[in-house]
Design a protein around this ligand. Sequence first.
Ligand code: SF4
Ligand code: SF4
Length: 399
Amino acid sequence: MLQLDRLTREALALANGEPADGSAPGAAEAEVARQLQICNACRYCEGFCAVFPAMTRRLSFPQADVHYLANLCHNCGACLHACQYAPPHEFAVNVPQAMAKVRLQTYTDFAWPPALGRLYQRNGLTLALAAALALSFFMLFTLWLKGTLWNVPPQTGFYGIFPHNLLVSLFAPIFLLAVLALALGVRRFWREVTPGHDYAAPAIAAVRVGATAEATQDALRLTYLDGGHGEGCHNEDDAWTKQRRVMHHLTFYGFLLCFAATGVATLYHYLFGWVAPYDLPSLPKLLGAVGGASLCIGTAGLYRLNLRRHPRHGDAAQKPMDRGFIALLFFTSLTGLGLWAARGSAAMPTLLALHLGFVMAFFLTLPYGKFAHGIFRSAALLKWAIEKRLPSQLKLGDD
Ligand code: SF4
Ligand code: SF4
């Protein structure tokens, strides 16, 4: 619970025009708690998203609840544009920005292994692209030493350039490590935001199926990017736009299709002995082509929206991380499409090395970049779907 003396100090500092120390430990969480105390008295934004009804089930905002609510926020910007207490008002309420700062803190604090958590703050465009280019260069250099960088026989397959077993030994550990790191990170987050004493286990078990179905639907449909009225969210100005939702969907489903293409190709290889690359109209090629195009368009759109985003939305310090992730995804899909187009040509080995370098860098940085937001947000959506099915613990009347 916020302590009275801290509230008094904050009020005095505010009255004297002193800036809050945003870099102090816990300062980001304290700022969200301060703003939510104001929102809880105002409640104008109650219908916008899940954050506000979840907020009204609380009278105070300890750190675990702030972490949960921050990851429930989709940064749609609606509450900032509606708020009568937003800057330049002296209350300086900017919920999307305050929540974004806490979200980054949660990715850092819950990262596994903990020592790598600081990478979230440094995982910018430069780091991500440098990793991709370094890995690509390493693979190109290997091909050059072998004399297979250019002028390979026209029908040489991928495994004639890089042996299948070598690729598996490179990618399997990276992929498994990324999955493990994300799973352990979200488990730590879940344990903090759902302390066992909130509700009895049988009560949670009774609502789990319905809650999981609803949370899955909300995560897949990006329900809260509709601004609460179905018209979309804000980007650079007061106008509503569905572009953020559309571009997120193109990116997310494009990624899933590419992942499915790899999965089907793996089954083809091990079950039937059919070796890549595959021709149209094979299933891996169809999934990969549609997924790659969707990923390319989605990430290009997200990058454009990110450049034009209203400066008061979100946290400007996170832009390098956002852009690094978007750029990695974009170049991964672009080199993948290029590889498909270059099949049978002398450029194939070079494009293969570039594509593999970007894919490897993507999975290496996956647990310590923007990808985590989808995992943490899904966990927060599940908590909200469970919580809303259970009676409020405030006992102040019906919700
Ligand atoms: S964001 Fe502003 S308008 Fe919305 S509930 Fe909070 S204080 Fe009220
Ligand atoms: S920015 Fe959007 S999602 Fe986040 S709290 Fe405000 S209305 Fe909800």
